[in-house]
Ligand binder design. Structure first.
Ligand code: GUN
Length: 287
């Protein structure tokens, strides 16, 4: 039977370390780290994510500063807010929830955040630092994936890792982090030819294509480690509650060495890493 990697337990442990980091910053500076969370419009999924993030801040003692702006907010007004948050010494992390309304250029907004406060790791400076292995703030989901891998594999050197998905937020940064750890990395995506055969070579599969149950049992080598980043809401056939479905056919991979469940795998790690990035940014800013 494959080991089921308990993301909730790993996230709880990380939150304990983060809370200790918060206490140290308060002892040193007299003030808790601050995270500004900016939500423009009322996309229902974004509302839920932002509510979770604010609640999580309270859990570890981070001060959250919530900025809710109407959907018709102009790009200039948003950039003015970012400039104010960049200059605010009580704000150590800035998170602008995406997607933004269509009339706003997300690249311009994310690029206006001070890279030292960019706790999402989306700023081109942080992307560049990640790709050159020179520090910086790392995107939360990729960081969480690496921390989950660390619970089952000590040394990734020379291992074959196949990443399925090439997004800027998940697939590409995960590939960079795996390379940094000396894994041999193949980045694939939904259009890749012969994907089952490529996946079958993998010691590690990171499934991040957003395609429910894409990775079938026969795609998976005996003893492989599987991390499922996919999370798709699927209406229940019986008319009951919607289900969350990952990119891996979970019930077909008993021959894997370890697998993350959906929900309860990567999801809890994303928020835990946001909190730890905020403490990291605050530690550097207040050193
Ligand atoms: N929207 C969906 N995921 C994320 C995330 O990790 N950060 C931000 N800022 N917006 C998101």
């Amino acid at each position: 039977m494959a080991q089921i990697i308990d993301g909730r337990a790993v996230a709880r442990q990380l939150d304990e370390e983060t809370a200790l980091g918060v206490a140290q910053i308060i002892a040193r500076t007299g003030r808790a780290p601050g995270l500004a969370v900016v939500l423009v419009g009322n996309d229902p999924a974004s509302e839920v994510y932002v509510a979770h993030k604010i609640k999580a801040c309270a859990r570890v003692g981070i001060e959250s500063h919530e900025h809710r702006l109407p959907a018709e907010t102009s790009q200039d007004a948003l950039l003015t807010l970012i400039a104010r948050l960049n200059a605010d010494p009580t704000v150590h992390g800035i998170l602008v929830q995406v997607p933004l309304p269509e009339h706003i250029d997300a690249g311009a907004v994310l690029g206006a955040i001070d890279p030292g406060k960019d706790v999402d790791g989306f700023h081109p400076v942080n992307v560049g630092r990640l790709s050159t292995g020179t520090g910086g703030l790392v995107p939360c989901t990729p960081l969480g994936v690496m921390k989950l891998l660390d619970t089952v594999i000590d040394d990734l050197t020379g291992m074959n890792a196949v990443v399925i998905g090439k997004s800027n937020i998940v697939g590409k940064p995960i590939a960079m982090l795996l390379l940094e750890r000396e894994a041999t990395v193949t980045v694939t995506h939904i259009e890749t030819r012969g994907l089952p055969d490529i996946a079958r070579q993998a010691d590690i599969i990171i499934a991040a294509a957003g395609a429910p149950r894409l990775v079938k049992g026969f795609w998976v080598k005996e003893g492989a480690v599987l991390i499922d980043v996919g999370i798709t809401r699927v209406a229940s056939e019986s008319g009951g509650k919607d289900r969350l479905v990952g990119d891996i056919a979970f019930d077909e991979v008993q021959h894997a060495r370890a697998v993350t469940p959906v929900p309860g795998g990567v999801g809890p790690m994303t928020i835990a890493c946001l909190l730890s990035n905020t403490v990291k940014a605050a530690s550097i800013a207040t050193a």
